[in-house]
Design a protein around this ligand. Structure first.
Ligand code: HEC
Length: 300
C-alpha cells in the first residue's frame, strides 16, 4: 500500500513536469517584465508580471517644526527660520523648493510665508509653512494734521488755500486732499469755499486726516456801500424778474463782474445816464468810484 502510493505520486509528478516547466529569474528590480515561454516546436506564450518595491516611506511621518525670528520692519530682511524635523533620521532641509542643505537654519528673510521641507535618507519628506510678519510701524502712532487756512474771495477765480502740517509720526510727510494722490507739497491752492479732508502720510506709511474748512470772506465795506446805492436806485428795473439790459443787481457777483458798466452808466453817464429817471447825487457816485479804485472786489 505504501509502495503503491509512492509509485502513483511519482507518476503524477512526472506527468506534471512534462506539461509545466519552471524557470526562476532572480535579482530583478521593481518594474514590469514580459516572460515568454517557447516549446521545442517554437510555439510561444507570454505574460506580463509587475514587481513592486516596498515603499520606504510607508508609515513614516516627518514633522517639521521651527523657531522663527520676524524681520524688524517691512523692508528688512533680517528674519530667520530655524527648522528641525522628527520622525526619521538623516534630514536635509530646503526652503521654498530650493536646494537641500544640511541644516534647517535659513537667515536673511523678509516678511512672507515660507515652505520648509525636511527630507530623510530615504527621500521621505515632510513640510510645514512658516509666516514671518514685520511689526506694524503705525501701532501706537497718531498722525495729526494742523493747518493754516486762507479763505476764498467770492466773485472771482477761487483763491482759498490750505497749508497743512503733519505731526506725530516720522517725516517727511506727503499730503492728499479728498482721497486724491499724495504729494510732497503741503499747500493746496485755488480752493473755493468748502470742507476738505486733508490726509498726511508719514515716512512709514502711517496716516491721519482732518476736515478743514475754507470759508468765503465776508463782503467789504466799500462793496456794501455800492450794494446799498444799487438797492436804493437801480433794482426796480434790474432784478431777477425785470433785468433791463440783462442786468440783475440783486446778485452780489453781478455787481462785482459788471462794475465797469455800472461806473459808465451811473457815474459817467455813458452812453446815457442810469437811472434813466435822473443822475445819482455826487455822494452816491463817489461810493461807486471809491470802491472800484480800491480794487472793486467783493471784499473791498
Ligand atoms: C427805471 C428803470 C431803470 C433804473 C432805475 C435803472 N436802469 Fe439801468 N437800464 C434800464 C434800461 C431800460 C436798460 C436797457 C437800455 C440801456 O442800456 O440804456 C438799462 C440797462 C442798464 C445797463 C446795461 C447796459 C450797459 O450799458 O451795460 C446797466 C449797466 C445799467 N442799466 C445800470 C444801471 C444802474 C447802475 C442803475 C442804478 C444806479 C440803473 N441802471 C437803474 C433801466 C433802468
Amino acid at each position: 500500500m505504501q509502495l503503491l502510493r509512492v509509485v502513483l505520486g511519482l507518476t503524477i509528478a512526472l506527468i506534471a513536469v512534462h506539461f509545466r516547466h519552471q524557470e526562476i529569474f532572480t535579482n530583478l528590480a521593481a518594474g514590469s517584465y514580459t516572460i515568454v515561454a517557447k516549446d521545442v516546436n517554437g510555439c510561444t506564450g507570454s505574460a506580463i508580471f509587475t514587481l513592486t518595491a516596498p515603499n520606504p516611506c510607508a508609515g513614516i511621518i516627518i514633522n517639521v517644526t521651527a523657531t522663527t525670528v520676524n524681520p524688524t520692519s517691512a523692508a528688512a530682511t533680517n528674519g530667520s527660520i530655524s527648522a528641525s524635523a522628527a520622525g526619521s533620521t538623516g534630514f536635509t532641509f530646503n526652503i521654498n523648493g530650493g536646494a537641500f542643505q544640511a541644516t534647517g537654519n535659513f537667515n536673511n528673510l523678509g516678511q512672507g510665508t515660507f515652505t520648509i521641507v525636511a527630507k530623510d535618507l530615504n527621500g521621505c519628506t515632510g513640510s510645514a509653512l512658516f509666516t514671518l510678519t514685520a511689526p506694524n510701524p503705525c501701532a501706537g502712532i497718531t498722525i495729526t494734521v494742523s493747518s493754516v487756512v486762507i479763505n476764498n474771495t467770492p466773485c472771482q477765480t477761487a483763491n482759498g488755500s490750505i497749508t497743512a502740517t503733519g505731526g506725530g509720526g516720522t517725516g517727511p510727510y506727503t499730503y492728499s486732499m479728498n482721497g486724491g494722490a499724495f504729494q510732497p507739497s503741503n499747500i493746496f491752492n485755488s480752493l473755493p469755499a468748502a470742507n476738505y479732508t486733508i490726509t498726511a502720510k508719514d515716512a512709514n506709511g502711517c496716516t491721519g486726516s482732518a476736515t478743514i474748512t475754507v470759508s468765503d470772506l465776508p463782503a467789504g465795506p466799500l462793496f456794501l456801500a455800492v450794494q446799498n446805492v444799487l438797492q436804493a436806485n437801480c433794482i426796480s428795473c434790474h432784478n431777477g424778474t425785470t433785468s433791463e439790459g440783462g442786468m440783475n443787481w440783486t446778485v452780489d457777483c453781478n455787481i462785482v463782474n459788471f462794475k465797469d458798466r455800472i461806473r459808465e452808466r451811473a457815474v459817467n453817464g455813458n452812453p446815457s445816464v442810469m437811472p434813466p429817471t435822473g443822475s445819482l447825487p455826487a455822494s452816491e457816485k463817489l461810493k461807486i468810484t471809491n470802491w472800484i479804485n480800491a480794487g472793486g472786489r467783493f471784499t473791498d
